[in-house]
Design a protein around this ligand. Sequence first.
Ligand code: FES
Length: 311
Amino acid sequence: MSRTVRISQSTWLAEGVVRLELRDPAGAALPAWEPGAHLSLHLPNGLTREYSLCGDPADEHTWTVAVLREPSSRGGSAWVHERLTPGTLIEADGPRNNFALEDAPRHLLIAGGIGITPLLAMATSLQRRDADWSMLYCGRSRSSMAFLGDLPADRVRVHADDERGGPPDLAAELAHLEPGTLVYCCGPEPLIAAVEAALPDTGMLRVERFRAPAVAPATADAGFDVVCGGSGRRVPVPAGVSILDALAGAGVAVPSSCREGVCGTCETKVLAGEPEHRDFLLSDDEKTAGGTMLICVSRSRSAELVLDVED
Ligand code: FES
């Protein structure tokens, strides 16, 4: 459910990174969240953007996000940097958590650039419970890396490319992980791909992506029908058109944000039919169970899909 929040503070953290504190306009407590959770901010320019919560989960009156101004901004981060000044009101959805911190004997957190944001909250939580954890924090240069001063030096290794002559050798870094280590990684796609390639078993890896990786779909698009579970109304989904867009064209609005299968905003319950999952968020188990699908990218293997959407 969306709520109005007020920007209470804006602080420059690092090159191109601004930290924003959000509070309820009347001072009420905000919904609780766990490390790994993110907010969707509905920008007045019509865009929706997800930002990981990076403050203290124990602070029930403040949500904190840190936003990198993307050089190739499509209007999201540039707008946030230029217009979200203290006192501004904005609509926010969430918190939603697709990247929850699971219990494990030990945790390794691998952050790339602004990917530090969800991992900072995890580090705070793990440190508070005296858990066995460490972090590898990678970035172009220290001046571009937010929160460096907030991380315990005995747990965190910083890898600045400009000091080390390039990105880290992740195969060497991950060659001798202790059994039971759960690895959390957030950052740009090349970093995630390198971590995936270096680990012997991706079952020990949890990732959060900013953008979908560039991969060709396993099968060519074909048309099918979606049936709205409530009314029984049938909506054709032609080849090359997403379920989300086909439904929107028929006047059936489903909330969406990334439209790349990475944020989870459009997750929709499947009542019948066989989805063809093309997202980068649901686990293999969730895909096999087939209870939900992300309709901005996923399609159908069956001639019709019955979805739990209101007509
Ligand atoms: S809109 Fe983000 S996963 Fe569909």
